[in-house]
Design a binder for this molecule. Structure first.
Ligand code: UD1
Ligand code: PEP
Length: 419
C-alpha cells in the first residue's frame, strides 16, 4: 500500500491489555548515532513498522550501512565506508539534522536533505548550525541540502543553548562523541529520550556526564564500539492509550508503563478525572471521568508539545471550557480546525487555544495535518456519537505509532485502512 492510505474509524471502546513499542523520538536518534561507529549495533524493541523509521533505514543504507530487521530487532552493520553525502529524492525527516552532525563528526563532511518532520509553524535549525560551528565546522545550504565540513576532527568546545532544544541537545551530544576534547552543553534539554541516547553512546564507549539541567559533559573518543541496546518505551504511546481508554469508557491494562517519564501529564489527567492505578510495572486505567483541562507545554518534566492535541480531545469531551497554550511551538493548533468539522467548538486568542467542550462529535471526512493531529482525530472518531470518521493522510499517524491498528483491534476497536 502506498503512503496515500486513509483510515476509517468506527466508534468503539478501548479495553483489554496493551504493550508499548519502542519510541519514535528515541529510535531515530539512535539510528543517527549508529553512523558514528563501524561496528555492529543491535537495537531491540525496534518499532519497525514506523514510516519515519523505514525512511531512516533507507537513508542508512544509502550511506553505506546494512540494516537487517528481524521482527522487533534491528541489526545495523558495516557494508562499506560511510558515505558523506545523502542524496535523497524521497520524503525527508527532521532527523536529517542529526545525520548531518553524525556524518560531519565521522567523516569530516556531511550533506543531507533539508529537515522534514511535522509542520508545526516555524521550525528553525539555527542552533544546530551554531553548535556545529562552535565545534569547528563550516555550515552552508545548497540546492535543498544542508552541508557541513571540518578539517580533521571536530574540536570540543562549550555550547550554550539559549533554549532547551531537544534536537540541538542531541546533536551536540552526537557531535561531541567523536570530537577532540571535552564538549560541555549548557542548558540542555534533559528528557527520557536524551538519557536513552546518552546510555546508548556510553555503551559505545563515550564518556558522558549529566549534571542535571545545568550541563552535560561529553569527552570525545577516536572510535566508538558497537553495542546492543533496547529502545526506550514510547511515553507518547502510553499517554495515548490512557486517554483512549478514559474517553471511550474502557478499562485497560498497559504493560511496562513509563510512570516516571509521565509524572506531570498523568498528574494533570488525574486531576481532570482519569483513574490510573499502578500494579507493579503495569498501569490499570479504570472507568474515569472527563473534566476540563488547563495546560501549557514546555520542556521535560512538563507537558510535551506533542501531547497537547491529545489533551485537546479530552477537553472537547468534557463539559466546560478547556485552555491550552503551547509554549514550545506556539500556534500548533491546526488540528482544531479539523476537529471543528466533527463538531468541536473552539477559538484561538493570540497563542491560546480555548475549547468549549461538551458538544457531540460526529464522524466526517478529516485530514491528518501531522502526526499528533492525526492521532487526535482518530481518538475523536472513537467517541463520535454518529457516523464513521475518514482520515485523509493517515500515513502521518504511522510515522509515529507502531502496529497501531493491530493493537487497536486487540483492544476491541476497528479501524480500516484503505486507499
Ligand atoms: C524527533 C523528535 O524528537 N521531535 C521532537 C523534538 O523536536 P525538535 O528537536 O525539533 O524540537 P526542539 O526542542 O528543538 O524545539 C523547541 C523550540 O526551539 C526552537 N528551535 C529549535 C531548534 C533550533 O535550531 N532553533 C530553534 O529556534 C523550535 O522552533 C521550538 O520552538 O522536540 C519537540 C519538543 O521539544 C517535540 O515536539 C518533537 O516531537
Ligand atoms: C513533532 C514530532 O516529530 P518530528 O520532530 O519528527 O516532526 C512528533 O513526534 O510529534
Amino acid at each position: 500500500m502506498s503512503d496515500k492510505f486513509k483510515y476509517k474509524v468506527h466508534p468503539g471502546k478501548v479495553e483489554g491489555r496493551v504493550n508499548l513499542s519502542g519510541a519514535k523520538n528515541s529510535v531515530l536518534r539512535l539510528l543517527a548515532a549508529s553512523l558514528l561507529t563501524d561496528e555492529k549495533v543491535v537495537l531491540d524493541r525496534f518499532p519497525s513498522s514506523l514510516l519515519d523509521v523505514q525512511v531512516h533505514n533507507e537513508m542508512l543504507e544509502a550511506l553505506g550501512k546494512k540494516v537487517t530487521i528481524n521482527n522487533k530487532q534491528a541489526i545495523i552493520e558495516y557494508k562499506q565506508n560511510t558515505k558523506s553525502e545523502l542524496i535523497w529524492h524521497g520524503r525527508s525527516i527532521r532527523n536529517t539534522l542529526l545525520i548531518l552532525g553524525a556524518l560531519t563528526a565521522k567523516t569530516g563532511f556531511g550533506k543531507v536533505p533539508s529537515p522534514g518532520g511535522c509542520k508545526l509553524g516555524e521550525r528553525k535549525y539555527d542552533l544546530h548550525v551554531m553548535l556545529l560551528e562552535r565545534l569547528g565546522a563550516t555550515v552552508w545550504e545548497e540546492d535543498g541540502y544542508l552541508c557541513a565540513k571540518v578539517d580533521g576532527r571536530l574540536k570540543a568546545n562549550d555550547i550554550h543553548l539559549p533554549m532547551r532544544s531537544t534536537g540541538a541537545t542531541e546533536n551536540a551530544i552526537i557531535c561531541g562523541s567523536l570530537a577532540e576534547g571535552k564538549t560541555t552543553v549548557w542548558n540542555p534539554h534533559i528528557r527520557p529520550e536524551i538519557i536513552d541516547l546518552i546510555n546508548f553512546l556510553k555503551n559505545c564507549g563515550v564518556k558522558i556526564e549529566v549534571f542535571g539541567q545545568e550541563r552535560i559533559e561529553i569527552t570525545g573518543i577516536e572510535k566508538l564500539t558497537g553495542c546492543k541496546h533496547a529502545v526506550l518505551l514510547d511515553n507518547m504511546e502510553a499517554l495515548t492509550w490512557v486517554i483512549a481508554a478514559t474517553i471511550t469508557g474502557g478499562q485497560l491494562v498497559i504493560d511496562n508503563f513509563p510512570f516516571k517519564d509521565l509524572e506531570v501529564p498523568i498528574a494533570f489527567l488525574k486531576e481532570s478525572g482519569v483513574r490510573l492505578y499502578r500494579d507493579g510495572d503495569s498501569a490499570f486505567v479504570a472507568k474515569g471521568n472527563v473534566y476540563p483541562i488547563e495546560i501549557s507545554t514546555g520542556p521535560y518534566p512538563g507537558i510535551n508539545s506533542d501531547m497537547q492535541p491529545l489533551f485537546a480531545i479530552f477537553g472537547a469531551l468534557s463539559n466546560g471550557v478547556s485552555k491550552i497554550i503551547d509554549l514550545r511551538f506556539p500556534g500548533r493548533y491546526g488540528y482544531a480546525d479539523e476537529l471543528a468539522k466533527m463538531g468541536m467548538k473552539f477559538h484561538v486568542e493570540g497563542d491560546l487555544l480555548v475549547i468549549e467542550g461538551g458538544t457531540k462529535l460526529s464522524g466526517t471526512n478529516v485530514n491528518a495535518l501531522d502526526l499528533r493531529a492525526g492521532i487526535a482525530l482518530l481518538l475523536a472518531g472513537l467517541i463520535a456519537s454518529k457516523g464513521v470518521t475518514d482520515i485523509d493522510n493517515a500515513w502521518q499517524i504511522e510515522r509515529g505509532y507502531d502496529d497501531l491498528l493491530s493493537k487497536m483491534e486487540k483492544c476491541g476497536v476497528i479501524i480500516e485502512k484503505y486507499n
